[in-house]
Structure formats: C-alpha cells, structure tokens
Design a protein around this ligand. Structure first.
Ligand code: BES
Ligand code: MN
Ligand code: ZN
Length: 477
C-alpha cells in the first residue's frame, strides 16, 4: 500500500472510492467541498439514513456520475481523536476490500505524526482478508494506493507501514491451517526474516532435549511434527535498552491426552498467536531499526494425542532446573513458555514480556477485545498500558497476588502445572513467574484477542495480530 497527497479538488479526482471523514454532527460542513452538484442531496440522504459522524460508522453511496469517483463513503470521525481516526481509516480499508477498490482518495484532514501512523494502521488492518483458499472470483483486490487530500507525516507513514507489515504477517500465521503452519514452518518463517541486522537461531528437537528444555520436549513429543526453539535477535551497535519478547508457539492444541472437545479444538490453530506476535514485532523492528536491542524467543510445538504423548503424572525437568508434575496435558502453553522464559531471563535484559493464548479463563474474564496484563512491575505495566492505549488495543491489568500460588505447590516435584478452576488466568501467570528470577517481566494473556470468531469493528474474523502495534510502540518508547 502506497500513501500520497494531492492538492487537487476532491470532486475531480478519479479513483474507485472517495472517502470523506465526517466529525460528530459535522455532516454539512464536511460535504460542502464536494460542490452543489451533490453535497445537498448527500446531506439529505445521509441524514435520512441517520448518519451523524459517530466513530466506527460508515455509509457508502453511488455518485450517479456527479463526481469523478463512482462511489463515495461517508466515514465517522467521532470526536476526532487519534483512535477514532484509526477506526475511521479501518472502516475505509474494510469497505474498499469488500468491493476490491484498489485506489482510494480520502479526506481526513491534515495528519500529524501520530495521526498518520494511526490512519495507515487502520487502513491496513481494515483492508486485510485471509482469502488464500477462496476461489479466484471470490477474492477481491487489495488497496494499492491511498491519496490523501490533506497533509501527512512521511515518518509516520513509514512507521505505520512497518507496524502493518508485522501485524499482517502475524495474522497470516495465525490464520494459516495447522497443516501448513507447524513447528518447522513457523521456525522457517522466522529464519527467513534473518538478515540486515536480524539474527535467527533455531534448535531442533534433539538440541532442545540436550539443552534440558523438558517443557518443550514433553509437550512436543506426542506429535509427528518435531518441536523447534527459536531465538531471533535485533542487536544494533549502540543500544539504549535490551528487551526480550517471548511467545507461545503451540501450532495446534488438541489438548494432548487431556483431550479437548471437537468444538474446543476448532480454532486451536490460533494457539501460536503469541509467537506470531513476536515474529510480527521482530519483522517490524527490523524495518524500523531502532537503537534498542530486542530478542524474540518462542518454542514451537503441536500438542497432540499419540502413543508418545506426555502423560498425566509425568514429572518434567525444566530448563531452569525446577520440576513440574503434570495434572492436565491441556495446560501445555505454560510448560513451553517456562523454558523460553528461563532462557530469556538468562539474557540479562532490562525487561521481558511474554505473549500467550494461555487460558480460556482470560477469555471468560475479559472477552475477546482485552488482553490480560499480569506483572509485579508497575513501571513496566504502565509502559505497556500506555503503548496499548496509543495503539487502540485493549489491555487490562489483572490482580497478581503471590498467595494464589498455594494452588500450584507440587506433591512430587516443585510445581503442579495447574491450579484449581478459580482464577485460572492468574494462576497460569503465577506458574510462569516461577521461571523468571531477575528480569522485570510482564505476561500478556491474548487468548481472547488473538483470534476473533466473528468480525469486530474493522477486523475481519480470524487472526488479529493482537499486540503487535502495542509491542512496537512499547519498544520504541
Ligand atoms: N490454548 C488453550 C487456551 C485457549 C482457550 C486459547 C481458548 C484460546 C481460546 C490452553 O492451552 C488451554 O487449553 N488452557 C486450559 C488450561 C486448563 C487445563 C488449566 C484452559 O483454559 O482450559
Ligand atoms: Mn491447552
Ligand atoms: Zn494451548
């Protein structure tokens, strides 16, 4: 997608779709520049159809030959906030994809840096569809060019496009069927990003076992697809901070011997959403080239049922040296993450953040928009909350009391891998905390937002690339 500016009067520019931003109750003023041939009629029509410029609303009208563009979209700018602007651009991107409009002219006012980033993010997110497996004639063209009538910020456009690139990669990975996206191919995707300052290290299943990563080994052993451990690193010459991202990379979660129901398994290709966000963020970072050292780590496994599956009552020796007794093989993500977190902790970073589709309990508590944030570090939590706020992503800090840890005390080993039913998202986070000793750390449970069962706002159903924009903003902040 390319962004450009034109000083030409908007009624004269040829394009597939002309989009006009309309602030709350500002319909007549917003449409006046279109001229007498259409402005009055459009105001009357839109008013009759109860369009008022509310954020997230859009109406599309044919122009009946009265403008150079065949169709015009009126899109609500609401209160004019950056987030409302992002959603407005999102509705434009989504509407354009619905018809396959490749060339859009948009009137959204003059955009400063932050507004430009948001508009590019919105356009890209809204325009995204996963249609690889659709028939040729059911696929619609993507946005190629967006011409803005107002000014915009070039650096903002570059940043927006870098975030969009990373988020799109994450969405493609989450949407990809588990038949295509499995540990080896997920690692290969990471490896292919190597170059230009980004290094990628991949361990195979033998190396993972030899290194003592008992969590990744156990969860991965029930699958015919061997596990992988991946460490990506962006290491600029002079770095002002050193940060670590860790992702859950369960490419399919059948539950193992504690098998899920068929319905519960339906969308479990999304269970690598954390690692997809890490890969997406690292891809964006390698484009942005910040003076921050960033490590992206994930364990990739399939949690399957077979004669070699790990079993209830097994006691795993983890990378950190702790032992974990297995009380439910469907609580597998924390085992994979535990080894990755212990590895990341040893890097001696300033902060570490993990992302995981970890618990159904987080979905019950927060719904599909909000990521759960768990941390004992207030400064880190606030920085993440700020980055999410600036990105228009839902992030909510949850209680994280040490005293719930009682539920995790092992009978035979150090820890059990599950607590009780109560506070399941919290105890999952507390389990992870046992594998981080020295690094300021936050856990993000993205079980809700990583994958939408149905379209929401300007997001199509499926993988969302949740937290990629927030991670990039946090790293840059
Ligand atoms: N991958 C699931 C969590 C999940 C549920 C992600 C719904 C996205 C949507 C995870 O591995 C899991 O199965 N968690 C169990 C934990 C339980 C056994 C303690 C759960 O939430 O039921
Ligand atoms: Mn599971
Ligand atoms: Zn899982």
């Amino acid at each position: 997608m390319e962004l450009a500016h034109t000083p030409a009067p908007v009624d004269s520019i040829g394009c597939d779709l002309l989009a006009i931003g309309v602030p709350d109750d500002g319909l007549a003023a917003a449409l006046a520049p279109l001229g007498d041939a259409i402005a009055g009629d459009l105001v009357a029509a839109a008013t009759a159809a109860e369009f008022s410029g509310k954020a997230g609303t859009i109406q599309v009208w044919p122009t009946l030959g009265r403008l150079a563009a065949p169709r015009i979209a009126l899109v609500g700018l609401g209160d004019g906030s950056v987030d409302a602007l992002r959603r407005a651009a999102g509705m434009v991107g989504s509407t354009a994809r619905g018809r396959g409009d490749a060339h859009v002219v948009a009137v959204l006012g003059d955009l400063d840096h932050d507004a430009t980033v948001a508009v590019v993010e919105g356009l890209a997110v809204g325009n995204y569809r996963y249609d690889r497996f659709k028939a040729e004639d059911a696929r619609k063209a993507e946005l190629e060019k967006v011409v803005l009538s107002g000014s915009f910020d070039e650096d903002g456009a570059d940043l927006g496009l870098a975030i969009a690139y990373g988020q799109r990669l994450a969405r493609d990975l989450v949407n990809g069927p588990a038949a295509d996206v499995y540990p080896e191919t997920l690692a290969e995707t990471a490896r292919q990003l190597a170059g230009d300052g980004l290094d990628v290290l991949v361990w195979d299943e033998a190396r993972i076992k030899a290194e003592g990563m008992g969590g990744i080994t156990a969860v991965g052993q029930g699958s015919d697809r061997p596990a992988r451990f991946v460490h990506m690193s962006w290491t600029p010459a002079k770095a002002r901070k050193k940060l670590v991202l860790v992702g859950k990379g369960v490419t399919f979660d059948a539950g193992g011997l504690s098998i899920k129901t068929s319905a519960g398994m339906q969308t479990m290709r999304c269970d690598m959403g954390g690692s997809a966000a890490v890969i997406g963020a690292m891809a964006a970072i390698s484009r942005i080239a910040p003076d921050v050292e960033v490590h992206g780590i994930f364990g990739a496994v399939e949690n399957m049922v077979s004669g070699n599956s790990y079993k209830l009552g097994d006691i795993l020796s983890m990378y950190s040296g702790k032992t974990v007794e297995i009380h439910n093989t469907d609580a597998e993500g924390r085992l994979v993450l535990a080894d990755c977190l212990a590895y990341g902790d040893a890097l001696g970073a300033d902060a570490m953040v993990d992302l995981a589709t970890l618990t159904g309990a987080a979905v019950v508590a927060l719904g599909s928009f909000y990521t759960g944030l768990f941390s004992h570090d207030d400064a880190l939590a606030d920085a993440l909350l700020g980055a999410a706020d600036d990105s228009g992503e839902g992030l909510w800090r949850m209680p994280f009391p040490e005293f719930y840890k009682d539920q995790l005390k092992g009978e035979w080993g150090t820890l059990k891998n599950v607590g009780g039913r109560e506070g399941g998202a919290i105890t999952a986070g507390l389990f992870l905390s046992e594998f981080v000793e020295k690094t300021p750390w936050a856990h993000l449970d993205i079980a809700g937002p990583a994958f939408f069962d149905k379209a929401f706002r300007h997001y199509a159903a499926g993988g969302t690339g949740a937290m990629v924009p927030s991670l990039v903003r946090w790293i840059l902040s």
